[in-house]
Design a protein around this ligand. Structure first.
Ligand SMILES: [Fe+2]
Ligand SMILES: [Fe+2]
Length: 481
């Protein structure tokens, strides 16, 4: 087998809430000489759908394989697979399993899963397993050979025979698939096309066939960086995946959408983080129960609000709502003088604060300004006000919740946004949600920046942006553990 030549940005993505496992993979990577100057794929870790979505759309990154642990909970892990098919079509997908996984081989095949690995799995094993090209028959190789032969080099003027021409030559109907991304996939779910130097598209592979590493290397040597697939094929495949996922979940209405009845399933990453920093199980359980109660109120509101219904039908949004509500529940225990009505309001504001981000691009949904285009920044900076207007139209949303949603990105000393409303004093409820937001962003940063401590970081930076009682609640939550 020809060893693929990795680019500097090549990555292996592990989507797993298990911190210990991620540290183990990282140790194995660095002990094997990974790091500066090394061209092996860098392991990258995520533990939520939102985080995965934004990683997958990051420019200049090439994923060599993606490993997903279903312990993320239903339907989050399935939604992660779907995001991988959407944003990185062709990248080999593997499942990580701790205990028995109820998944038939045929379902795994149809979902584009190339293999299931039992943990613990080392970095080197993950890398070598993802490079295997087993299951490719000689016949497959010969057929691929024949087609590539027909294409020749990208510089060649045209294919040998008319039958290889793509049905449509409209370039806007196609999207590129990075060559490195499809290097380890056992078979393609899509017809694959090559664009010749003349601009014409030629089909080189039928869906279901294999594209061997040798062929891919051959393309690279001829100067090709990507193949193309038809956007319509990708959409069809995504709907097909939804059907399979809904079948696996044994629920007609499930698809990749949602129920509020089992809300704690969306908080796997937050709960595992809280456990890892030593928050007691009983405290976490209380917070989870509180989020469950809040979800019941949200369900009522959804009856009169299309916007809120869309929020609870979107896995990534729901995951974020649960994370912020869980943190808010923990912090508010340490803010004195809050009456029960106010406590119920906190949960609702935390749950609904990003209602205006539903359906936006991953960069905007993930609230990472550094990754946004100027157009995306405009949408992002408007979301507190848009969200407040959406909630004002719904029945049963208290005025305090509406104003907290509108102000949740304002910071003290005229920081944050919307800038027109900059003020020295921000309402306490909006501040609490703002602190949860900043803390989650710091937790996310700690997944990429080894050694970065989100609690330490927030303890040092929060006093600049938030009032003393809110900062104090944060510090006491983690000091009290
Ligand atoms: Fe927000
Ligand atoms: Fe948020």
């Amino acid at each position: 087998m020809v060893a693929p030549s990795f680019t500097r940005q090549a990555r292996l993505l592990f989507v797993d809430p298990d911190e210990e496992f991620c540290s183990f993979i990282w140790r194995d990577y660095t002990e094997a000489g990974g790091g500066a100057g090394d061209t092996n794929p860098v392991p990258v870790f995520c533990d939520s759908l939102r985080d995965v979505q934004v990683r997958l759309v990051e420019p200049r990154c090439e994923y060599h394989a993606i490993f997903v642990n279903p312990s993320l909970g239903d339907p989050v892990w399935q939604a992660v697979l779907r995001a991988a098919h959407r944003y990185c079509p062709g990248v080999p997908l593997y499942l990580l399993s701790e205990r028995g996984l109820r998944l038939r081989q045929s379902e795994a095949d149809e979902l584009g899963i190339c293999g299931i690995f039992k943990k613990p799995l080392s970095y080197s094993k993950a890398l070598s397993a993802s490079m295997q090209v087993e299951g490719r028959t000689l016949e497959d190789e010969a057929r691929v050979d024949a087609r590539i032969e027909a294409v020749g080099t990208p510089e060649a003027a045209r294919p040998r025979s008319h039958e290889h021409e793509a049905e449509s030559q409209n370039l806007s109907e196609y999207m590129e698939v990075n060559l490195g991304a499809i290097a380890g996939a056992p078979r393609s779910h899509f017809d694959l096309y090559v664009q010749l130097s003349s601009g014409r598209l030629v089909r080189v592979l039928h869906a279901g066939d294999v594209l061997a590493a040798e062929r891919i290397e051959g393309y690279r040597q001829r100067g090709l960086k990507a193949l193309c697939i038809r956007k319509v094929d990708q959409e069809k495949y995504l709907s097909f995946c939804d059907g399979i996922i809904s079948g696996i979940m044994k629920d007609d209405k499930a698809q990749v959408s949602v129920k509020l009845s089992n809300i704690s399933k969306y908080g796997a990453s937050t709960l595992s983080f809280l456990k890892s920093v030593g928050i007691e199980d009983a405290t976490i359980d209380r917070a989870v129960r509180y989020v469950e109660q809040t979800a019941q109120v949200v369900e009522q509101i959804a009856r009169s609000s299309e916007d809120v219904s869309r929020l609870i039908a979107d896995v990534a949004s729901l995951e974020h709502s649960v994370a912020v509500s869980t943190l808010a529940a923990l912090f508010m225990r340490h803010i004195g003088g809050m009456n029960p009505a106010l406590i119920a309001t906190v949960g609702l504001a935390a749950f609904l604060h990003d209602v205006a981000l539903v359906g936006e691009s991953p960069e905007v949904q993930n609230e990472s300004e550094v990754l946004m285009t100027p157009e995306q920044l405009i949408v992002y900076h408007a979301h507190p006000d848009v969200g407040a207007r959406m909630l004002a139209r719904a029945k049963g949303v208290p005025e305090m919740v509406i104003s907290a949603v509108g102000d949740h990105h304002l910071r003290r000393r005229r920081g944050g946004f919307p800038v027109e409303r900059a003020t020295d004093e921000v309402n306490r409820l909006a501040e609490l949600i703002g602190l949860c937001h900043d803390f989650l962003a710091a937790v996310q940063r700690s997944k990429v920046e080894r050694g970065f401590d989100p609690v330490e970081y927030l303890s040092a930076t929060a006093p600049k942006s938030f009032s003393e009682p809110v900062v104090d609640a944060f510090v006491r939550t983690f000091a009290a553990k």
